[in-house]
Design a binder for this molecule. Structure first.
Ligand SMILES: [Zn+2]
Length: 348
């Protein structure tokens, strides 16, 4: 196993903690990190660790490695992957595009097909950001739920079941060639959308859990009240029997008082035990990069020239539909009319 990825992880981690990592020997680093700076020498070489006991081994299974992974996970960590292995023949996409999209002009003397001018398809890097959130629900027990949301960083749309696609393709530590990024949204916007979507999903769960907790609490409280009512009834009975005996009466009354206090504390105990809490934390972020193939298209007509980017998405193996300038819906067919450009939907 090459340790290059682990070495990069160690350096990234130390830098993220505003520390410093210095290579002292092949595979051996001196690191300085933490708010109360700690100096350590760590190595990826088993032999180096065996020779010098001052040097700690930094490999999966070693104490320090596990500690760092735990810390990084607790802070929410970002991983990146580049998908590869798409077999794209741009000439084929080009001819497919001609068949998929249609542009039609409506004139007085009839309907005419407009031939688009299309540049060749070029790869552009598109990012999908996948956030994993842990949601902890606390009632009388603790329940952890994991929520995963993938956001297309270009459109800010949520991609359902995106993780399923990841296993189908090859992964690289980075793209083999430089591919320019395509229209990226702000990262924090993606994060906000992910949080909002989880919150929305949580609303139902929280209502259900609250109800469950309330039902359990009421049941328990009823049981407790019944128990103390029975006790009290017994004491009342004893009071009647011993009405003549002053000392016994005082004794029973003291018992009743103590029992009342006990009852109150037992009930507030139950109230506390079933109090519901929910918290959400970010566990990890995965940035997936993959190329989309994009051609610039211009469609001339006597009304106006339409300019579009046509996008072939190799992940989903389809062209993305165009956005209708009139109704903003998605469509593969555009109509040129005196009144403007309309998709098939808002045209009929
Ligand atoms: Zn439309």
């Amino acid at each position: 196993m090459s340790t290059a990825i682990l070495e990069k992880f160690l350096i990234d981690y130390v830098e993220a903690k505003e520390g410093e990592a210095e290579l002292v020997d092949a595979g051996t680093y001196t690191i300085l990190y933490g708010s109360e700076p700690t100096m350590k020498t760590v190595t990826f070489e088993i032999e180096a660790a065996k020779e010098n006991h001052q040097i700690e081994l930094f490999l999966p299974g070693s104490i320090f490695f596990d500690a760092i992974v735990k810390d990084a996970t607790a802070r929410g960590c970002v991983g990146a992957t580049w998908l590869s292995g798409f077999q794209v023949v741009t000439k084929i996409i080009q001819s497919e595009a001609m068949k998929t999209f249609s542009f039609v002009e409506h004139e007085k003397d009839g309907v005419k097909k407009r031939e688009p001018k299309m540049s060749s398809f070029q790869p552009y890097n598109v990012k999908v950001v996948t956030f994993a959130f842990k949601v902890r629900m606390t009632t009388d027990i603790i329940e952890d739920h994991l929520y995963i949301v993938s956001i297309d960083a270009r459109t800010s749309k949520i991609l359902k079941n995106f993780m399923e696609y990841l296993s189908k393709f090859q992964h690289l530590p980075q793209f083999e060639e430089d591919i320019p990024d395509y229209h990226l949204q702000d990262f924090s916007r993606c994060y906000q959308i992910a949080i909002d979507s989880v919150r929305q999903k949580l609303t139902g769960l929280i209502v259900r859990k609250k109800q469950e907790a309330a039902d359990l609490k009421n049941k328990e409280a009823e049981r407790m009240k019944k128990y103390y009512d029975t006790l009290n009834a017994e004491l009342e009975e004893a009071l009647e029997k011993k009405a003549e005996d002053r000392e016994a009466v005082a004794n029973i009354q003291a018992k009743q008082k103590a029992m009342l206090v006990q009852r109150q504390s037992a009930l507030s105990d139950i109230e506390f035990r079933y109090r519901m809490g929910a918290s959400m934390s970010l566990v990890s972020v995965l940035v997936t990069n993959y190329p989309c193939y994009i051609a610039k298209v211009s469609v001339p007509s006597s009304i106006q020239t339409l300019e579009y980017d046509i996008i072939w998405n190799p992940l989903f193996k389809r062209f993305e539909p165009l956005v209708c300038p009139t109704c903003k819906n998605h469509s593969y067919a555009m109509n040129f009319l005196r009144s403007g450009i309309r998709c098939q939907n808002c045209f009929t």
